[in-house]
Ligand binder design. Sequence first.
Ligand code: HEC
Length: 142
Amino acid sequence: MGNKRGNFFTITCIFIGMMLSTQMVNAQNLIKGKKIFETRCLVCHQADGGGVPNMNPPLDGSTAVNGKDIARMVKIIKNGLDERVAIDGMYYNNAMIAMPDLTAENIADVLSYIRNSWSNKAGLVSLAQVNGALVKNKSNKK
Ligand code: HEC
């Protein structure tokens, strides 16, 4: 009887511990993502994620940033973007530079940060998702 209760207590503690450590890892990743954003992205996309009209698109409120196509964003960060395609109905004259030196972990952290900053409330991006996207992008390359 007492033993069963003891087991339940132990299992509950382990479970709570796991939840707390996952949350701590997430917070840690967002802090790392913020640093990357500040050193590599802020100059164009601005501290408030609002971008610069006609030059650099906002990341705050962006459909793509909050969307499901992680592979496209990974590709943009790795290879840059100079397509002058409409982004949420607007065009931007600047080109995004390629950042091939960023690791998959850096990309996961910065994407998690931009998807959970300002008014954005999308899911975190895991290292596995970025690695999957890198493989997918490689096999799609013509
Ligand atoms: C040199 C300026 C510059 C820097 C630095 C830069 N970007 Fe960009 N970014 C742009 C421009 C310009 C575009 C749009 C390009 C186009 O329209 O062809 C863009 C597009 C994007 C998009 C696609 C937006 C959408 O709604 O489709 C994402 C996501 C993005 N940038 C994220 C980042 C992240 C994350 C970083 C830092 C790791 C970063 N950018 C650094 C200029 C920049």
